[in-house]
Design a protein around this ligand. Structure first.
Ligand code: SF4
Length: 312
């Protein structure tokens, strides 16, 4: 039996879900980002960002699954959870966002954010201060997201429902706006500076090079925080490895071009059942299936086989 490489097929398929969306405002989930230059690029150069890789895509989707699980757990425990994934806007600060849900507590609808964390991080987090002092830059950004929503809607309390990605056990961390008013004001001032920079085109300064933030930054290539980087870097002399890195960079470009040409070819060949063009034979057929979950019911697409013919 010919055993297919199933994991590889799944990963290749998942790569197709990676998308870069236009950004026209500050986003609450990123407002706690420590680099104003990053926030400026998000508004002005989102089309130049390096797309996230397939591992991040799996992590994002895993996060969505944990969120659904969390809401179900809360409802099963008898809590009223409403306004799931409700979008919000705060035009004065050019801020948009989405709150995971609101949970009814003592007659109030408390904003709720669900986060899935690795077990060590989950164990270490027991308060908003723990989040703000975390070693993980993305965890330090969590409170700003909830606090901005609380500030905008005038809610005194917000709630984090955090789940370990190993045991799936939940933990609740309450967030009281009045304990973090100064911090929230600082975030708002930062967003105002970003808004001003976007209007004037004055690019904010880079943060001091921080490998945990800058190496993960999708604008690394655009920003080139290299001057600081060179000071702490070990210089490797290995022509073979250098050549492989350069080739890798070139092939990245080809991958993009291949995907664009592939889309064009497939669009042009939609509906063609059998054809020969130059040195290629084309076979095509309509394939139908059911989406799971199936909000849109059955779907169909034109499946193509494109094979080069050996030249005689
Ligand atoms: S690479 Fe570093 S300094 Fe440059 S935008 Fe990204 S986070 Fe900011």
């Amino acid at each position: 039996m010919n055993l297919p490489d199933i994991a590889e097929a799944v990963i290749r398929r998942k790569e197709k879900d990676i998308k870069v969306y236009p950004v026209h405002s500050n986003h609450a989930s990123e407002a706690g980002h420590e680099c104003e230059r990053y926030l400026y690029y998000q508004r002005t150069a989102w089309d130049k960002k390096d797309p996230h890789d397939v591992t991040m895509q799996f992590i994002f989707e895993g996060g969505n699954d944990i969120e659904r699980q969390a809401i179900r757990e809360l409802q099963d425990a008898g809590f009223n959870v409403v306004e799931q994934q409700r979008a919000f806007q705060w035009p004065e600060v050019e801020l948009t966002g989405r709150i995971d849900a609101r949970i009814q507590i003592d007659g109030n609808l408390v904003p709720l954010e669900v986060k899935g964390l690795n077990h060590r991080e989950w164990t270490n987090l027991n308060s908003i201060d723990d989040m703000l002092n975390s070693n993980a830059p993305w965890v330090r950004r969590y409170p700003a997201q909830l606090l901005l929503y609380q500030m905008m809607s005038g809610e005194e309390y917000g709630m984090f429902y955090i789940k370990s990605k190993s045991t799936y056990v939940p933990k609740v961390i309450w967030c009281r706006l009045y304990d973090y008013l100064d911090y929230t004001e600082e975030i708002l001032k930062k967003l105002e500076r970003v808004n001003k920079a976007v209007k004037t085109g004055q690019i904010p300064d880079r943060i001091p090079f921080d490998e945990k933030i800058c190496f993960d930054c999708p604008y690394f290539t655009l920003c080139q925080p290299d001057a600081k980087l060179a000071e702490s870097a070990e210089i490797l002399v290995d022509p073979e490895l250098q050549e492989a890195l350069e080739r890798r960079e070139q092939l990245k470009e080809y991958k993009k071009e291949y995907e664009e040409v592939d889309k064009y070819v497939k669009r042009r060949l939609k509906g063609v059942k059998r054809a020969i063009i130059g040195n290629f034979v084309i076979e095509g057929k309509e394939v139908t299936g059911i989406r799971k979950p199936s909000p849109g019911g059955p779907f169909s697409y034109w499946k193509l086989w494109i094979k080069p013919i050996a030249k005689t």
